[in-house]
Design a protein around this ligand. Structure first.
Ligand SMILES: NC(=O)c1ccc[n+]([C@@H]2O[C@H](COP(=O)([O-])OP(=O)(O)OC[C@H]3O[C@@H](n4cnc5c(N)ncnc54)[C@H](OP(=O)(O)O)[C@@H]3O)[C@@H](O)[C@H]2O)c1
Length: 292
């Protein structure tokens, strides 16, 4: 049976990066649909559920993407409601590459610091710059799930609070704190982990601010477009060490992101009942022991 991927995208044009990666991961045929919404997704999902017979449901998978994370989440809920009993296909969610990028960043951080806290140990402190974007929200959620104290930074305290609230709805005991960018210098001294997920081509942290990060062990800049999001971090940095700090740039985590994306596509066709969101992707990457 040929592997068919239904690529659903809430943006007008389905993302070519996602299509090419799927082909490279071994998908035989991709059916690409843009402008997917809660109003038009059900017939598309029915096509995946009912056309090829119950024994072949694992030969069809759904990839759901698009820049607008909240639209993607609404469409994802509608897809989930459309399935019933065992009549379902596996689904991989990666809005704007946020899930795979966030997981790759968390894996990089875990190489150098223990995120989970046991009794008597200090909680890991993280600062997420650009925390309100798709990547920033996902990385904050993943770290919060691991027990990290997350400061989610935005130019707007209100936007940061909204994002923290949505994390708390999913993880009620999360330790997430809305932080406005003018508070960075007051809090950076205690940050074990700094991740910059700001808009591409925007400087989010200066060299002076970074020098104040005296507890910092891992510093990750996900922006690949000059100037650097964090002054002094190079796009190709991959665990580059300077004193106690380890630096990663966008290309430095990009290799893991690509491996994970392809592994998730392959995983879709193992069974028909998988739901691969950020948390499941982190588990998958650890189970497969993906490494660069
Ligand atoms: N390495 C990879 O494989 C990979 C994959 C995907 C994405 N990325 C990169 O990851 C980063 C985050 O992506 P994204 O899509 O989540 O980003 P985004 O939505 O474009 O921006 C993230 C946040 O940056 C803040 N921001 C926007 N303009 C700003 C400005 N002028 N000054 C300061 N802050 C500003 C905004 O927060 P507030 O308005 O709330 O302040 C926004 O929510 C990007 O650099 C992207 O290129 C890398």
């Amino acid at each position: 049976m040929k592997k068919i991927l239904l690529q659903l995208d809430v943006d007008p044009q389905p993302c070519s990066f996602d299509a090419i990666t799927a082909i490279d991961a071994g998908v035989d045929t991709i059916l690409r649909h843009g402008n997917v919404s809660v109003d038009n997704v059900v017939p598309l999902v029915h096509g995946a559920m009912f056309t090829r017979g119950a024994n072949h449901l694992s030969s069809t998978g759904i990839f759901l993407g698009g820049k607008d994370v909240s639209k993607v989440e609404d469409v994802a809920s509608r897809i989930s409601e459309t399935f019933f009993d065992s009549i379902r296909v596996s689904v991989f969610l990666d809005p704007a590459g946020a899930n795979t990028t966030a997981v790759a960043a968390v894996i990089a951080a875990k190489r150098h610091i223990s995120l989970a806290t046991s009794a008597g140990m200090k909680t890991c402190d993280a600062i997420i710059l650009g925390g309100t974007g798709p990547v920033g929200q996902r990385v904050s959620r993943l770290l919060a799930t691991e027990g990290v104290h997350v400061r989610l930074v935005s130019r707007s305290l209100k936007r940061a609070s909204t994002c923290c609230q949505s994390i708390l709805e999913k993880i009620p005991n999360a330790h997430v704190e809305a932080t406005s960018e003018d508070m960075i210098e007051a809090v950076i001294g205690s940050a074990d982990l700094i991740i910059s997920a700001g808009k591409s081509g925007i400087k989010m942290l200066t060299a002076t601010q970074l020098s104040q990060a005296i507890s910092n062990k891992v510093c990750i800049d996900l922006n690949a477009i000059p100037p650097a999001g964090i002054d002094g971090v190079h796009t190709t940095d991959h665990a580059r060490r300077d004193g106690t700090k380890h630096f990663y740039g966008a290309l430095g985590v990009g290799g893991m992101k690509m491996k994970l994306h392809k592994a998730a596509i392959r995983q879709l066709f193992q069974t028909n009942d998988q739901w691969l969101d950020a948390e499941e992707l982190l588990v998958l990457s650890e189970r497969l022991m993906l490494s660069e």
